[in-house]
Design a protein around this ligand. Sequence first.
Ligand code: SAH
Length: 366
Amino acid sequence: MDAVISKNDYIEIVDRLRNDCDLNDEKLSLLLHCEDTEVNDYLYSQAREVREKYYGKNVYLRGLIEFTNYCKNNCYYCGIRAGNNNAERHRLSEEEILSCCDLGYELGFRTFVLQGGEDPHFSDDTIVSIVKNIKEKHPDTAVTLSIGEKEKDSYKRFFDAGADRYLLRHETADREHYEKLHPADMSFDHRMQCLRDLKKIGFQVGCGMMVGSPFQKTESLIKDIRFLQEFRPHMVGIGPFIPHHDTEFAHKEQGGVQLTLRLLSIIRLILPDVLLPATTALGTVDATGREKGLKAGANVIMPNLSPTQVRGKYLLYDNKICTGDEAAECIKCLSMRVEKTGYRIARSRGDHIFLKNEVEKNTKML
Ligand code: SAH
């Protein structure tokens, strides 16, 4: 490729990405770093067209229940890591989790995401019981778990209990990078194995990475993209890295909004039917970040359903938004924000398009 890249060359790169769902490393790298507004707008518009082809104007809601911020791990970037003695810890009881779901159901949520640190207090039996209870009470909802790395047998038990989806960000597909973000007792291979196990068991699986995390290189992001192409997850959660003051990375630079938006579009174009959230982290670094994410190809938002008294404690990073609002307020505010983008909130489970028919059939049989 010529040393000087014209605007037209970039437009061609975007067109090629859209047609082939692929680009070579050199072109990917150019696109990742392209800051030209016109090219970026074109990239976003192509990603929007593709998401609308598969999911129309629908934006799917996931009610996020942050049920424990106890964690046995020490990920260097994370505010709820075990070594942070300043974190105020909390756990919701099984009853509290269920009443969050009841409230969420009334507000129109049909997916609940149970997210937490890796908290040994919640045994497999307890998770199974929580999942069963939610599904018994609200059989037309999807339950997503996001509780970290477990062994295959545990995942299978959660699936058999009725859990539909599992979110486990791979964090980075670059082994060397992974080792700079995590202490030696955490294993890149195990995390990747977990993702493969989850998929084999039959979960709709979400992976993902932080954008602009410390030591991330362009090569790391290209490895992430190659991993997504090979693994073909149903969902991909990405958001900018945001420093937390009580971590080793307190003084590291925050991830960029524009790079996150370009990556959202690139992911939409390589995995056209993927479920792609505009994350809270994106809304934290930019007041209208989530709206921008929706306009760059995202089609999911994950409002917080945790009770207000505990919400301010699940602090993965500094300045997290929506820590003081009631769930009902959050959903009102988000509906307005979504409508302003020209999209609409869909009050359905929001399954991956190719699994949707199967899921509906099974739900009717219940
Ligand atoms: N224990 C669960 C949930 C982790 S929290 C698990 O291991 O999957 C969910 C996600 O928040 C993490 O996967 C990580 O990608 C993101 N996160 C953590 N700290 C962050 C930070 N400082 N900035 C941005 N995102 C962060």
